[in-house]
Design a protein around this ligand. Structure first.
Ligand code: ADP
Length: 200
């Protein structure tokens, strides 16, 4: 399908954009159960990075599913395609010099590995937002666990679809133990060297 398509090299490189911005661009990937705190932490981290004068963008599962991926459902095949598109989009925003924070349940290791391939493992910082299912269910931020338990939603991660825990995340944050601001502190600490420009 791509045999007559030719890659066009950009005239402004990512490195040049990073120099202009004064920081490196990476993809920060948040994975975890629904209600674990991915969106909350991605937004809180973005607010702090923005306050520091860094260029950022949050890609959020719910928002993407209302636009770019509104044609997709929650079967394994559709989740697969959803994350492929998100991976490509995250790569593009990163290439544009933007620190890209992606909050997606991303329950399958195979899909997370593919995102790693698309983005490039050296560009990816994976955060496992860990929270026991029972706590997520108690929070039930959007009332989805209740609906899933009543059979009103199918393929719901943790209830009727699996969540494969990451084994090689760069950072694991247990939001049933740590406060959101403690989590932000830990993320900033671990990201500092990843965001610094070489030699500066
Ligand atoms: P997700 O994006 O993973 O589905 P959300 O961020 O939408 O999760 O919801 C997480 C809920 O948990 C929010 O209501 C948030 O206020 C609450 N919460 C409690 N403690 C924490 C914490 N330490 N970190 C993040 N969220 C927390």
């Amino acid at each position: 399908m791509t045999e007559n398509v030719f890659y066009q090299a950009p005239s402004v490189t990512r490195t040049a954009r990073e120099r202009l911005n004064g920081h490196r661009a990476i993809v920060i990937w948040f994975t975890g159960l629904s209600g674990a705190g991915k969106t909350t932490l991605a937004n809180a981290l973005e607010a702090e990075l923005h306050r520091q004068g860094r260029r950022t963008l949050v890609l959020d599962g719910d928002n993407v599913r209302q636009g770019l991926c509104s044609d997709l459902g929650f079967s394994a095949k559709d989740r697969h395609e959803n994350l492929r598109r998100v991976g490509e989009m995250a790569r593009m925003t990163m290439e544009a010099g933007v620190i890209t924070l992606a909050a997606f349940i991303s329950p399958f290791e195979e899909d997370r590995a593919r995102v790693r391939d698309i983005v490039g493992p050296e560009n990816l910082f994976e955060i496992y937002v860990r929270c026991p299912l029972a706590v997520c269910e108690t929070r039930d931020v959007k009332g989805l666990y209740r609906k899933a338990r009543q059979g009103e939603i199918s393929h719901f991660t943790g209830v009727s679809a699996p969540y494969e825990e990451p084994t090689s995340a760069h950072l694991v944050l247990d939001t049933s133990v740590l406060s959101a601001s403690e989590c932000v502190g830990r993320m900033l600490e671990s990201l500092q060297s990843r965001l610094a420009l070489p030699g500066g």
